[in-house]
Design a protein around this ligand. Sequence first.
Ligand code: ATP
Ligand code: MG
Length: 232
Amino acid sequence: MEESPSVSPPPEPGVGLEPLDHLRGVAGLRLGIMGGAFDPIHLGHLRTAEEAREQFALDEVVFIPTGRPPHKARALSPAEARYLMATLATASNPHFWVSRIEIDRPGLDYTVDTMVQIRGMLRADAHLFFVTGADAVLDILTWKEPERLLEICTLIAATRPGYGLDRLRQVLDGLPYAEKVLVMEIPALAISSSLIRLRAAEGRGMRYLVPDGVAAFAEKAALYRETDAVDE
Ligand code: ATP
Ligand code: MG
């Protein structure tokens, strides 16, 4: 005989991990979104997200590993490996989450589409902040529909070695949506995923550049041993 449904059924196995589903009903949510390849996620990403959370009083930060980025030439590590590393890296921070929305969506991942999707999932009074390094902000202005992106969210641009905020301010100066870009000074970490891949391909370690769990996983899965992990 079929059991009658309980009042509050437990989630299906494997269902219910999507953080954006859990944030749907939160009134006045201040949500940080950190998008990237995260191949691998490193301490630069994590410190940037934490600084944004502190400096702009964000309630939560959701990391969104890209599935199929339109702008990356190099073949990325498998999406599941990048998702797992992001989960390992963020597990100890109660305000950090990882979303599968780009990984699970077919087609190329344009940031503007992702932000439209998230906007549609959340209450109208939610405030979205897209957190990026200064290098990525300069790119974003050349991406698909930058005006639309900046209508939906505020950009938080973090300092990053080699990408001066002065240059960014110059580019932004005079643009109609300049006030939607907030500049954030942080203790800059000269860490990048490409540097980590390059070093790993040379047999060098990632310890203290990425969280311990990420280093252990990447080594176990032999993600970056081959030189094809290195940019052209
Ligand atoms: P790659 O070298 O492969 O491009 P990456 O280190 O730049 O990797 P991405 O996944 O491309 O990492 O970056 C995701 C986001 O994190 C981007 O907005 C990028 O600007 C930002 N970011 C990456 N590293 C840092 C860092 N050390 N400090 C501040 N922001 C960073
Ligand atoms: Mg990058």
